[in-house]
Design a protein around this ligand. Structure first.
Ligand SMILES: [Mn+2]
Length: 262
């Protein structure tokens, strides 16, 4: 038995399948963790979701910003963006089960010494804080106020004040890359860390970060690339940008990659 954590697939279903072949993934024996952004920008989002749904008992997923964007699009709460490639999901005959599958997923997965989120944690949060915040978000997503909650994640002008804190927490978990000199998240920068504005640091490099007692797995930062350091594993190696999809085997930290194949 092995557990593999995989970075942002973003609809690159063929690359994903090539990676599963490379690791000889066996659903009867192995487990797969996906760091979010299953969909969008790539060509086959619906096939990725169908595969995950079919293998639901052995796959652990956390929601990413593109996954939330799909849920917002499906609810008519956000307009289409220029580079969206979500029509294969939105127009699918099985759109209902695929969107329901996504809506069942958490914002954080914690197991043993590992914590997986899509983007990262606020440096001031302990893992216990982050777990608590993620539980609240999941409850909102699955509860009677789902639509109001999703609206609060959408355009700022439509924010429902009941969800101000939740919207901030969701932004951190699904979109953080850097923090400013005050340690607070800055959401504008997506480039490589060495090009970040003066005084800005990757969230995981903040001195005294409260989550240092766990090993954190995340994706989202393609310009950071595959980033393995003590206590952190950044797994977005830019598959959708024509680079590679990466898997980290948690038991021995071996890395496996498949080159972009759409
Ligand atoms: Mn992302």
């Amino acid at each position: 038995m092995a557990t593999y954590a995989v970075g942002d697939i973003q609809g690159c279903f063929r690359t994903f399948q090539a990676l599963l072949t490379r690791i000889e993934f066996d659903p009867d024996r192995d487990r797969l963790w996906l760091a979010g952004d299953l969909v969008n920008r790539g060509p086959r989002s619906a096939d990725v979701l169908r595969w995950c749904l079919e293998h639901e008992p052995v796959v652990r997923v956390v929601l990413g910003n593109h996954d939330l964007h799909l849920l917002l699009r499906a609810e008519g709460l956000r307009p289409k963006k220029a580079r969206d490639s979500l029509d294969d999901v939105l127009k699918a005959p099985d759109r209902g089960p695929l969107l329901a599958y996504l809506s069942r997923q958490p914002f954080l997965h914690k197991e043993g010494p590992w914590v997986m989120v899509h983007a990262g944690l606020h440096p001031g949060w302990t893992v216990a804080d982050a777990v608590e915040r993620a539980v609240v978000l999941r409850r909102h997503l699955q509860g009677p106020d789902r639509r109001a909650f999703l609206s609060a994640l959408g355009e700022a002008g439509r924010r429902d004040e009941r969800f101000t804190e939740a919207a901030h927490d969701a932004a951190v978990l699904t979109r953080i890359r850097t923090v400013g000199p005050d340690g607070a998240p800055r959401f504008g920068f997506a480039g490589p860390p060495e090009e970040a504005p003066p005084g800005h640091l990757p969230w995981f490099a903040w001195p005294g970060r409260a989550s240092r007692d766990h090993a954190l797995i995340f994706g989202h930062w393609a310009a950071l690339g595959l980033h393995l350091a003590p206590g952190v594993a950044g797994l977005d190696s830019g598959c959708v940008w024509g680079k590679a999809l990466s898997a980290l085997r948690l038991e021995d930290r071996a890395v496996f990659q498949a080159s972009f194949a759409d």
